[in-house]
Design a protein around this ligand. Structure first.
Ligand code: 0PR
Length: 387
């Protein structure tokens, strides 16, 4: 740190120079992100409450109100008005919390958790932190978890099973109804990672798109991760962990012994927590309403169908699987996907290679015009590489 502080102008100059190299949602050229441009009002509100700490209910009691309201709104959307939970820093913290509760609520000495191969790497972090063995289960032809294989891997040490509702790579929704049966028969904790799908699937179903049930409608679902900062159009950080009911987390937590005489249990990984993000999340959900989400999801569906209809006819392009949600994975047969991505990035497209395929996530910051331009560039790049 330097002795004398810089002026506001100097600081702004340095920052604007640096952020120039970043992609922006406004350009419509970010094609691989699970996040989108936050709702305008939620960004304004975020900047107004930066000093508030959700981790200090004594000083900032209103924060609790906003957190509870968000939990209630998301719980109701996911078929459970009795859901309990927390606004957390994102899907990673939500998934870690679910596993923390599952392990703590069991008396197994060497706990094991079964999850699909496609599970997000936050479960590897949870396994490393909490000391359970994470067993990854293979997939069926639809890239969903192979439930029979999962059944075979159950042992007396299994404490939880995990399903994904919108996998990170392809947006695949596992057969959560079958996992629900498995959990019910074996009295297991069932966690559903709907970090991305949680705010999309309920509205896709309204449009008649066939997606498996995935939420608390299924009686043995113990917890769900749903991230407002992904398809909920809120500023980062905003994740949410929902538990089936408050009894499930009653014994869990760490006592806070200071305050105004009463003690309470803190049940999140973080202590000091950004309440600005929680109030902004509350504002986004209230401001958009179900109609706002419906419209956005309908638009994403149109974009996805359009993109798929076009790319299907491209020479040497192969879809990995027919998309269930608004995520499309494709391969460029014989033309090296990493080289194709490199060339697309040179053309100013913000996209990444997901393992061995190109992942496109169709969200409202992308216009049909953007897609046309992208398809045009892709076609030219593929043509150039074939020569
Ligand atoms: N669950 C699922 C299904 C996810 O896709 C993700 C994130 C998480 C949990 C974790 O959420 P947080 O990142 O909010 O903790 N998936 C993003 C993705 O695959 C995360 C990401 C983004 C990873 C950029 C790497 C990266 O470079 O897009």
């Amino acid at each position: 740190m330097q002795e004398k502080g810089l002026t506001e102008t100097e600081i702004m100059e340095i920052i604007s120079g640096k952020v120039k190299s970043d992609f922006t949602y406004d350009s419509g050229r970010i094609l691989s992100s699970m996040c989108s441009k936050p709702d305008r009002l939620s960004m304004k509100i975020y900047s107004m409450f930066l000093e508030k700490n959700l981790g200090d209910p004594f000083l900032f009691p209103s924060c609790k109100f906003f957190e509870e309201e968000v939990v209630n709104m998301l719980g109701e959307l996911l078929s459970n008005k009795k859901a309990a939970g927390f606004i957390v820093s994102g899907g990673t913290e939500a998934n870690i919390l679910s596993m923390w509760v599952a392990v703590k609520n069991s008396s197994v000495k060497k706990p094991e958790v079964l999850a699909p191969e496609t599970v997000h790497f936050s479960f590897d972090k949870a396994s490393s932190l909490l000391g359970f063995r994470l067993i990854k289960i293979g997939l069926n032809d639809e890239f969903q978890v192979n439930v029979n294989e999962m059944k075979k891997r159950l042992t007396s040490n299994t404490v939880a099973i995990v399903g994904v509702a919108g996998s990170s790579g392809l947006g695949v929704v596992d057969s959560i109804p079958e996992l629900n049966e498995l959990a019910e028969e074996n009295h297991l904790y069932l966690h559903v990672d709907a970090a991305f799908g949680g705010l999309i699937i309920p509205f896709l179903k309204e449009e008649g798109v066939e997606v498996p049930d995935f939420d608390f409608k299924l009686s043995s679902v113990s917890s769900i991760t749903v991230d407002p900062h992904k398809a909920g159009f809120t500023p980062i950080p905003s994740g949410c962990i929902l538990f089936k009911n408050k009894e499930l987390i009653e014994d869990f937590g760490f006592e806070v012994k200071y305050g105004i005489g009463e003690t309470y249990k803190q049940k999140t990984l973080l202590g000091t927590r950004p309440c600005a993000a929680t109030i902004a999340t509350w504002a986004a959900l209230k401001h958009l309403g179900k109609n706002g989400f419906r419209e956005r999801v309908k638009y994403c569906l149109k974009l996805t169908n359009y993109f798929v209809s076009k790319i299907k006819n491209f020479d040497r392009v192969k879809l990995v699987v027919a998309p269930q949600l608004n995520i499309v994975g494709f391969k460029t047969v014989g033309l090296g996907e990493s080289l194709v991505v490199k060339k697309l990035r040179e053309k100013g497209w913000g996209l990444t290679l997901y393992k061995d395929f190109i992942r496109i996530i169709l969200l409202p910051h992308i216009s049909f015009q953007n897609l046309e331009e992208f398809l045009h560039d892709l076609k030219n790049i593929l043509r150039g590489l074939r020569k």
